[in-house]
Design a protein around this ligand. Sequence first.
Ligand code: DHB
Ligand code: MG
Length: 214
Amino acid sequence: MRNAMDQFTLRDLQYIESLHGELSPVFAKMDEQGAKDSIPIVATAVGRALFVLVRATGAKRVVEVGTAIGYSALWMALALPPDGRIVTIDPDRERTARARAFWKEAGVSDRIEVRNARALDELPRLDGPFDLAFIDALKPEYEGYLAATLPLLRAGGTVVVDNLLWDGRASGAVAADDASTNAIREFNRKFVKHPSLDATILPVGDGFGIGVKR
Ligand code: DHB
Ligand code: MG
């Protein structure tokens, strides 16, 4: 295995972030609320990667599993063309109400439709095809989300997955044997060898899974 991880440090990540400069006030507010209320929010680097990926793939229809307060959806919505659309699924109405207010403030609320339901129930009710899917909700359900999402994705469409390194617990660098950790480990084994995907996991944020449907 060849890589640069033995040289690359937190300082390098801070350097990259410093090149980008301050986040816009709405993202900063979301980060602040997420930290205060212990609501999981993707790493800033994941937000930026989602933005560039939506632009690179020219995605117009996006499905997201796990809205929370709308941070990742906002990054993707800002990258969409004006007629692009995101369907985002989360059963927590309190969180998605906060998400809507942030999207409104950012001027993209007309690009995002919320479905307040459990994703495993809602995904089979959606009409595809989607160009891009982002999975970021309950870790023990990741395999189910992928199975329900793939039929909705067009051939050549992209699936992105958050938290595949799970703060060092997936690799065992941080000892853990709980249901979420074991589910992520099992998911990762299947994801990178999935017969319907060309996929890998990038060390961006907390582990950025990316796959293209065959
Ligand atoms: C958790 C979930 C996430 O999606 C995340 O990005 C970070 C933490 C969690 O459930 O703890
Ligand atoms: Mg996450």
